[in-house]
Design a protein around this ligand. Structure first.
Ligand SMILES: Nc1ncnc2c1ncn2[C@@H]1O[C@H](COP(=O)(O)OP(=O)(O)OP(=O)(O)O)[C@@H](O)[C@H]1O
Ligand SMILES: [Zn+2]
Length: 464
């Protein structure tokens, strides 16, 4: 599989360090609000990469951290007159609801929080100070970027600029304007922890270095996040980790492009954002997932309701085709038809093409196009005359490939009106002593997850 590596600016063949396991670290949300559509992009994209690795037979150690202490968290807590912990607990709970709607795989996903790793963070910083990479000025600990030969290698920043302070805010405490905080001295009203440098709290970048190392090891296979994090966040993570271990931090750095609104990054600070929760009021979040996968992850997306509406139509077409195949499965028989091999060959071609797209730097846009080719093929070539085993194979293929994208897993929704209509039909059948039909309807409803019960007051129903 080829993946674009931001570190080398090239597509490279991906091979995990351990031939059986892939380790992935994704920079997750700061939990001071609901996640917005932009935040959902890395979550969905890298969830698909994880699923694809699992499809290929790898075990995946997958981690998405929660940043639960930083300026934004503190500001929000102050605005609401509550604690940072209360804000974090609330929005982590909301995160899980959105994650479920977006069909993110939570089984086996690790979500460590910064505040639960303060001791590890302090030990990490202590080692950096001991090794001479970091210095303490009156309770603030900074990383000295001149101590690392290749600082700036990820974002290709000019280190001279960072050292001289061009375009950087000037802080008299720092040796170089580009130095960054590992530990911040306590300010009144802020949460703080004891440390060898006095009371304070960790800087933002250090938590990711610490948690990546703790859960995934000194060198991880893939570190991911949005392009907005390349500098300074990821650059600083590299500096911290590589100074400590002397080993490469991540083999691959992957960055998704931004979700924009009128060509500007969707962002909380710009007030141009749509929360995932808002979208869920109008659409099933599977539509948003499908929308985010419809473009290649390195292409910017301009968010609009029209495009989401288009995605809904596309997803509906896939669901319809899947339902048609399910229906055909009930109405076809195994036959010895001549064209069997042709059909099987065609199905194999679709599968190969799908994999080829995914192997080409996770091209989900092309992979989705293959799904549409597949359903176009089955819609126009399959009928009640088709041999059942072919229908089954096409159906299995559609389900298998869709599950890599994490879509099309829902059962057909049955509406209350449909249920009532079927129950009336069954009552009619019973009145006519057509018990065969009545039982058939009862079974049909059961298959759809509806249990009915005949009581003296009439027929009642409930969902299983
Ligand atoms: N508009 C966007 N498009 C794509 N990814 C984004 C966008 N905004 C943030 N991200 C990604 O979301 C993840 C969570 O980031 P983070 O919590 O820092 O965002 P945030 O600070 O809430 O966003 P904002 O920039 O809106 O304040 C990161 O991987 C980040 O790169
Ligand atoms: Zn991070």
């Amino acid at each position: 599989m080829k993946l674009y590596n931001t570190l080398t600016k090239k597509k490279e063949e991906f091979k995990p360090i351990n031939p059986e396991r892939v380790t992935m670290y994704v920079c997750g949300p700061t939990v001071y609000n609901y996640i917005h559509v932009g935040n959902a992009r890395p979550l969905v994209v890298f969830d698909v990469l994880r699923r694809y690795f699992e499809y290929k037979g790898y075990e995946v150690d997958y981690l998405v951290n929660f940043t639960d202490i930083d300026d934004k968290m503190i500001n929000r807590a102050n605005e609401e007159g509550t604690t940072v912990k209360e804000i974090a607990d609330r929005f982590i709970k909301e995160y899980y609801k959105d994650a479920e709607g977006l069909l993110l795989k939570e089984e086996g996903t690790k979500h460590p929080k910064a505040t639960e790793h303060i001791t590890d963070i302090i030990n990490f910083i202590k080692s950096l100070v001991d090794k001479g990479y970091a210095y303490n000025v009156d309770g603030n600990v900074y990383f000295d970027i001149t101590k690392l030969k290749d600082y700036g290698k990820l974002s290709k920043k000019n280190v001279e600029d960072l050292v001289s302070g061009a375009r950087i805010e000037v802080n008299k405490e720092k040796k170089n304007p580009g130095d960054f905080a590992l530990w911040k001295k306590e300010k009144p009203g802020e949460p703080s922890w004891d440390s060898p440098w006095g009371k304070g709290r960790p800087g933002w970048h250090i938590e990711c270095s610490v948690m990546a190392r703790k859960y995934l090891g000194d060198t991880i296979d893939i570190h991911a996040g949005g392009t907005d994090l390349q500098f300074p966040h990821h650059e600083n993570e590299i500096a911290q980790s590589e100074s400590l271990t002397g080993k490469p931090f991540a083999k691959f750095w992957m960055h998704n492009a931004m979700v924009n609104v009128s060509d500007e990054k969707m962002s909380k600070s710009k007030m141009n954002f749509f929360t995932v929760r808002e979208i869920s009021k109008e659409y099933d979040l599977e539509v948003l997932r499908f929308f985010l996968l419809s473009a290649h992850y390195r292409s910017p997306i301009n968010f609009s309701k029209e495009l989401v509406e288009q995605s809904k139509k596309g997803l509906d077409r896939l669901y319809n085709a899947k339902n048609n195949l399910e229906h055909l499965l009930e109405h076809t028989e195994e036959k010895n038809v001549e064209e069997k091999n042709d059909v099987l060959e065609k199905l194999n071609e679709f599968k190969a093409k799908f994999e080829e797209s995914m192997e080409d730097d996770l091209n989900t846009a092309d992979a989705i196009a293959v799904l549409f080719e597949l359903i176009k093929y089955t819609n126009s070539n399959f009928s009640a005359e088709t041999s059942k085993d072919l229908v089954q194979k096409a159906y299995n293929l559609l389900v298998e490939l869709s599950s890599i994208l994490g879509i099309l897993s829902k059962k057909e929704e049955i509406l209350d009106e449909e249920i009532i209509e079927l129950i009336e039909k069954r009552n009619e059948a019973r009145k006519n002593k057509d018990y065969e039909l009545a039982d058939k309807i009862r079974d049909e409803l059961k298959e759809k997850g509806i249990i009915i019960q005949d009581t003296p007051e009439g027929t009642k129903w409930r969902r299983v």
